[in-house]
Design a protein around this ligand. Structure first.
Ligand code: SF4
Length: 325
């Protein structure tokens, strides 16, 4: 079955006076129709840059250096700017990190929702526009009266729902949600995630959920990708990733999660992610990896199948050794 979204060997660098910051390095993955993919990694692992690259929203000094993005058979990276503008929102929508803070403070919610529709050539009568906005607001669990409000009159959770309403206003096939619940309290986080899940199911859309909250991702995603220093180091079904992570980084990440026994303390992983300006040779994780071998500092491991739709990039797996957390 042809995937709805296919990302092949995508590479994104930011060109600085100190040299290229290698934010995304040869990342490949597929997304099937209706699938929910969670992308997890520490900050600076390339998740947000990957989202912007798929949307063709990388700004200089950033540049897509190589790779392909196919959306439902359309080669996204070859489209003109105008074609890309039409594709955004109509076929693929991004709820960017901090989206709720980028709502226009001097525009009513109604006009912010209608802006995107007008931008895509939709001409609605006053009553049709009112009905469309009302339906969208109810869809994300808000009252129709919110249309008359300004962003400063809304709570954080309400603002994020407005962002979801804008993102789904043209019924996109793919929604990318970058840290959609950061800066919200735990109860509101759950409510926003439930809203996202409900609209995803109603639309039968695919979602890429980007974040570092493993708990939220585990509850939401069908499949999980783990990123480290711009690379996808493991991907697989959510149950396999959490019960049988195969890459040492994934194992440490999951082992570091707070549990009842650990009394809610986040354990963390020893060491720091490398500078993307000066990546270590070989496996980029080798300076922090408890299993590093001589080969790891000179040869970069490639993703290889370790189970059904489960891949990981580690030399230990290539040598048939088991790694256990
Ligand atoms: Fe660790 Fe080597 Fe595997 Fe990298 S390739 S994760 S350094 S064992």
């Amino acid at each position: 079955m042809r995937p709805l979204l296919a990302v092949n060997n995508l590479r994104v660098y930011y060109h600085t006076a100190q040299g290229p910051v290698k934010a995304v390095q040869d990342v490949s993955f597929d997304l099937q129709a209706g699938e929910r993919l969670g992308l997890i990694g520490e900050s600076g692992s390339g998740k947000s840059t990957l989202a912007l690259a798929i949307m063709r929203l990388i700004k200089p000094p950033g540049r897509i250096e190589a790779g392909e993005v196919w959306l439902d058979g359309t080669p996204v990276l070859s489209l003109s700017e105008e074609q890309m503008r039409q594709l955004r929102l109509a076929s693929i929508a991004l709820i960017s990190q901090g989206a709720m803070n980028s709502l226009n403070p001097v525009m009513r919610v109604r006009d912010q929702i209608l802006d995107g529709l007008h931008d895509h050539g939709l001409r609605l009568s006053r009553s049709e526009a009112e009905e469309r906005v009302g339906e969208l607001l109810e869809w994300v669990g808000l009252q129709r009266s919110v249309a008359d409000m300004f962003p400063h009159e809304l709570s954080g959770g309400m603002k994020q729902r407005v962002c979801i309403a804008i993102a789904i206003s043209l019924h996109p096939k793919v929604i990318i949600a970058d840290e959609p619940t950061s800066a919200l309290d735990v109860v509101v986080q759950r409510q926003v995630m439930e809203t996202l899940r409900r609209v995803q199911e109603d639309l039968a859309a695919s979602v890429i959920l980007i974040g570092h909250d493993m708990g939220l991702t585990a509850q939401f995603a069908d499949r999980v990708g783990i990123m480290y220093a711009g690379r996808l180091v493991e991907s697989g079904p959510v149950g396999d990733i959490f019960s049988q992570p195969r890459h040492p980084y994934s194992q440490l990440l999951i082992a570091s999660l707070p549990t009842l026994e650990k009394k809610g303390v986040f354990q963390g992983i020893a060491g720091f992610p490398p500078s993307l300006l000066e990546l270590p040779p070989g496996c980029v994780f080798h300076p922090r990896c408890p299993y590093a071998m001589e080969r790891c500092s000179r040869e970069e491991p490639q993703l290889r199948p370790v189970g059904p739709r489960h891949q990981a990039a580690c030399h230990l797996l290539a040598e048939g050794q088991e790694v256990t957390a």
